[in-house]
Ligand binder design. Sequence first.
Ligand code: ZN
Length: 335
Amino acid sequence: MNSVYKKLSSCGRYLLASAALVLVMAPVGAQVQNKPDTGSATPVVRRIAITIDDLPFETRRLKLADEQRATKAILAALQAHKVKALGFVNEDRLLVKGEVDARIGMLESWLDAGMELGNHNFGHLGFHGSSLAKYQEAVLRGDTFTRWLMQERKQVPRYYRYPHNQTGDNAEVQKQFEDFLQQHDYKIAPFTIEHDDFTYARVYEDAVLKNRKEDAERLRKAYLANLDRAVNTFETMSDEMFGRQVSHILNIHASLLNADMLDKMLSKLEQRGYQFITLEEALQDPAYLLPAGPSRQYGMSWLARWARMAKKRLSVYGQPDPEEWVIKWDQELAR
Ligand SMILES: [Zn+2]
């Protein structure tokens, strides 16, 4: 069932969209098929890079010690599955009185665990509605501590992830900003798969903080099932767009939900035949050379952007929405 909600993409809230737009984006009756490799004589190799946004931690409702524990759990899951993930930092999230050292320490733990860090700008500023100058300033201000920590390890931040995945309001400003990134030795970090983890994460955190154990368990189950539905959809898009599976890039966030679920999520991806690769390896897929176009407000998967630029009509565009009760709960929290 197609919903009438349109996403603001990563870290955003749901907005009511016009029925017309929904019809264009997701034709009624479009079916998504699950295509597991099991039983196939020549299994398809699927590759995916894991990227995690909003470091050191997405929300500010947990106590520092809980965020530190959650960070450890995320890193343990990544290491258990031999994943070299890319973590994208909002350095404004470091600036909490009395906790700055500890928060820098959280970032350092990502590097110590063999992960790489990238820039997600200072203040999580969206490109939509920002002046180019102000946006560029947020990028330059966004890597002071990250650069310092990485320098000690003879590394530099190499990737930029757009907050809300907003890549600009028009082609001209998009190009100007891309030139700016290049001048500062940054490459864009796109993504192909997301599954509304930020929505589930907000609601889950609320359930945990209010000690609503049954709801928390229900959410964990719903969240994991949603990963399958989302991956089905994006695999379908990749097949229809390229006749093959691109090297995928998953976009999730540093949250309590992912601390509790990442191990299971990575196992699920392995069961689906995925091998974990680095962002650098994923970007070697020639698909990423295709133009993705300016996003304006809605930062959709690059699969949808490529299709739009190529004027190719796909049977599905983007992941199915979370369950209605999850969306309702999230909207209540936003009030
Ligand atoms: Zn973000």
